[in-house]
Design a protein around this ligand. Structure first.
Ligand SMILES: Nc1ncnc2c1ncn2[C@@H]1O[C@H](COP(=O)(O)OP(=O)(O)O)[C@@H](O)[C@H]1O
Ligand SMILES: [Mg+2]
Length: 292
């Protein structure tokens, strides 16, 4: 069960709450009122067509068809083992790093097949943050932020580096806490700060899509609330996909929800619709806590 602290939100934009009648404990939903111009900016960004993924002979994603729009937060939910991590690892082609792992079908980013792209270019466009904060232990905070450039052999001037470090840490809501310690090791930070450092490192590359795989599940409630707030703010620039098994969190931060069950995408809709009016009985069972 989540601490009451998580009910506390500090969003600056207007919001309304819809209570979900069906859920075991009531989940509060944010329904952001987005300005009309912002809605116009939204465009389809990621599309899959009959997408499948395998580990050896074991098919773990089955005919996934989905279309995500830019500047939205999508929550990927479903019981453990249903394929959530595999799905997002297929988006930046980390899945294929596992021996015997295969995919079929189409995964299109801006209408280009991700599986025809150079993986270095692709992974610059699609940043990822993992469950456990993983700053590079030998690097300082400063070096961690620009690691995506240095490790890819991209040279930056000192001024560019400084600008990227300041901007990324500011956007990741970490600047004020670390600005006097930029040359200390990233691992000297608390877990929640390390995770924001990992978000800063990902957004330093100016990705189109940011993937977060249960990025707050190892964090305390206050750090979780900070990261949730950050996710909300980052969607003005990025398309965000978060894997979460926490329904309260999906309700608080996401615009859309994709519900997976045993490798199938059972239902994809606005988060409000999924939580208040799920069409599929399996989605309904999951959100009412009957399984999972
Ligand atoms: N490295 C791996 N090798 C073989 N099978 C795996 C591997 N990783 C995950 N799987 C299997 O793939 C399925 C989906 O796993 P995963 O995507 O991690 O699910 P989730 O993130 O929803 O818990 C599970 O049946 C899991 O056992
Ligand atoms: Mg997972």
């Amino acid at each position: 069960m989540e601490s009451p602290v998580l009910e506390m939100t500090t969003m600056s934009q207007p919001e309304t709450h819809t209570e979900i009648k069906t859920a075991p404990e009531q989940v509060k939903l944010h329904t952001m009122e987005q300005p009309a111009e912002e809605k116009k900016l939204r465009k389809p960004i990621l599309k899959t067509k009959d997408f499948n993924a395998f580990f050896g002979k074991n098919q773990v994603l089955k005919n996934v068809n989905v279309e995500l729009s830019s500047n939205q937060v999508t929550a990927v939910m479903g019981p453990s083992g249903c394929g959530k991590t595999t799905f997002i690892r297929c988006i930046n082609r980390m899945h294929e790093l596992t021996p015997d792992a295969k995919v079929s079908g189409e995964m299109l980013l801006d209408d280009l097949d991700v599986y025809d792209m150079n993986t270095i270019v692709l992974r610059r466009k699609i940043g990822m943050v993992f469950q456990r904060p993983n700053p590079f232990p030998t690097m300082s905070i400063y070096e961690n932020v620009i690691a995506g450039y240095s490790l890819n052999g991209i040279r930056l001037s000192k001024t560019d580096k400084e600008q990227i470090v300041t901007e990324s840490l500011t956007r990741a809501a970490l600047w004020n806490e670390v600005k006097d310690n930029l040359h200390k090791k990233g691992t000297f930070l608390s877990g929640g700060q390390q995770q924001r450092l990992c978000i800063a490192r990902a957004i330093a590359m100016k990705p189109e899509i940011l993937l977060l795989d249960e990025a707050t599940s190892a964090l305390d409630p206050i750090s979780t609330a900070k990261i949730e707030e950050l996710i909300y703010e980052l969607k003005d620039k990025y398309t965000i996909i978060i894997v979460t098994h926490n329904m309260q969190q999906a309700g608080r931060v996401s615009d859309f929800t994709a519900f997976f069950y045993m490798g199938e995408l059972i239902e994809f809709d606005s988060t409000k619709e999924i939580f208040t009016n799920p069409k599929n009985p399996r989605t309904q069972n999951y959100i009412t806590g009957r399984f999972g």
